[in-house]
Design a protein around this ligand. Structure first.
Ligand SMILES: [Zn+2]
Length: 469
């Protein structure tokens, strides 16, 4: 019998059993079971202690979580590898229990053609510690179809833009409508960054003229009329066209946006949304950390409202919008909040924060497995991912619910080396992360770099560069 996870042969071929762990599955209370892995997938679930195999990992007293699927990360590779790389970003994901990351097309060059899509996919192959999917971008219907054929998981629609990413921009309602219409025909996922760039810019300029350079002013614009009117446009178009539309980082738009979305989805079930796991507070973290925590920092009642929406399924999925900006890029925001880019590194702390909330009784375990894994898999249309069920990939995390630990930014894996959660004490320490049955990270160390695979829609891409583990 082998009990150390890294000693497990787990090459994806020989069957082995994870014995006696407490499994987290959607819609159920956690229950102790044996989980058999064969050929990289979950081959059986059985009552505890009933499976007899030579290769055993003892999970007695431990929790077995589904590996998280992060719908929304920015690993900035290629183009801005001073912020993050495939290696550092996926190492952070692996050590934080995320087994599939979906990278946005806002890399450089921007991913707006099939050729660029193929180049990015090939450049990631053989370097990722966890599985990866890549979003397409842009507005050209022919290129969108060609990127879908290359395996793009879906398209990201940007109704707002920033310097260097203009090719991804859908500047008006008609462009957004065209991309949504093409996407309906392609049947792929659509993730929308809602907004109205001109209205938000005008709002910002008014605040600057009034002398506002504080972080609260930036939040005021994020939650202001520009983004709300952009959101209304998307919700109207989704209802009109009838397809599936996913709202990226809904929490960043504030409470009014959440209520607007919830009313719309009651009438149109094709709508879905993601939120960060809400764990930063306007009362404590904003005064202490300033722009570092923008834009997803909340007053206590809003944090509670977001948690409730994540608990009752009003918000489908937890996604990080992992935005690794360096200290040098963030620091000018200390004197002028407009000078700092938005976002913070989050992929390594997301699942731990959600698990901590479950263990402290703040979030129901029955919804946890859905929000972090099953719902993202549904949104992407990936039946083989997203949960602890027979036939699915054995993407899972062994965690110790009895131990607590301190988030230490010096020990995290993002290239930028800082975290807004530095110093937090969390319940539930992640032990081992498995991707397709293979242990890839253990106690914060990467075991097996470069074995993550590309996850795409079925298509011609299946033939060529699937190597890498
Ligand atoms: Zn983003």
């Amino acid at each position: 019998m082998r009990s150390r996870p890294e000693a497990n042969s787990a090459t994806g071929d020989a069957p082995w059993v994870l014995r006696g762990g407490r499994l987290f599955t959607p819609g159920r209370d956690p229950a102790v079971a044996d989980l058999v892995v064969a050929g990289g997938t979950i081959a059986a679930l059985a009552p505890p202690g009933t499976v007899d195999l030579p290769d055993v990992v003892d999970a007695d007293g431990l929790d077995v979580l589904p590996g998280a699927i992060d719908l929304h990360v920015h690993f900035r590779d290629p183009g801005q590898t001073h912020k993050e790389t495939v290696e550092t970003g996926t190492a952070a994901a692996a050590c934080g229990g995320t087994t599939l990351v979906c990278d946005m097309p806002s890399t450089q060059p921007q991913v707006v053609t099939a050729e660029r899509y193929r180049d990015k996919r090939r450049s990631w192959t053989g370097r990722a510690a966890v599985d990866f999917a890549l979003w397409a971008g842009g507005t050209d219907p022919a290129e969108l179809a060609a990127m879908a054929a290359e395996g793009a998981i879906g398209v990201k629609v940007y109704m707002a833009t920033s310097p260097g990413f203009e090719q991804l921009y859908s500047p008006d309602r008609e462009t957004v409508r065209r991309v949504l219409a093409v996407s309906g025909r392609l049947g792929w996922a659509v993730s929308v960054h809602a907004g109205d760039q001109a209205a938000s810019d005008a709002h910002r300029d008014r605040l600057i003229r009034a002398g506002r350079r504080d972080p609260a002013a930036v939040l005021e614009v994020n939650r202001g009329p520009g983004n709300l009117s952009g959101l209304r446009i998307v919700l109207d178009l989704a209802a009109e066209l009838g397809g599936r539309v996913h709202l990226a980082h809904l929490s960043a738009y504030g409470e009014a946006a959440l209520e607007l979305f919830l009313r719309a989805r009651a009438a149109h079930p094709g709508l879905t949304a993601e939120s960060c796991f809400p764990a930063l507070s306007e009362e404590e973290d904003l005064p202490r950390q300033g722009v570092d925590v923008l834009p997803t920092v909340f007053a206590a009642p809003v944090r509670q409202r977001l948690l409730r929406a994540l608990a009752d399924g009003g918000i489908d999925a937890v996604a990080t919008d992992h935005a690794p900006h360096t200290r040098r890029e963030k620091d000018p925001g200390r004197t002028d909040a407009w000078a700092a880019p938005a976002g913070y590194p989050a992929v390594e702390t997301s699942l731990p924060l959600a698990y901590d909330a479950v263990l402290r009784g703040l979030w129901p375990p029955r919804r946890f497995a859905d929000a972090v894994a099953a719902a993202p898999a549904r949104i992407l249309g990936l039946p083989g991912k997203g949960g602890l069920r027979v036939g699915a990939d054995a993407d899972l995390v062994l965690a110790d619910p009895a131990s607590t630990w301190l988030v230490d930014q010096a020990r995290l894996h993002s290239k930028v080396g800082w975290s807004p959660f530095h110093g937090r004490r969390l319940h539930g320490r992640l032990r081992t992360t498995y991707v397709r049955g293979r242990p890839v990270a253990h106690d914060g160390e990467i075991l097996d770099p470069g074995t993550g695979r590309f996850v795409g829609r079925p298509g011609p891409h299946d033939r060529d560069d699937e190597a890498g583990g």
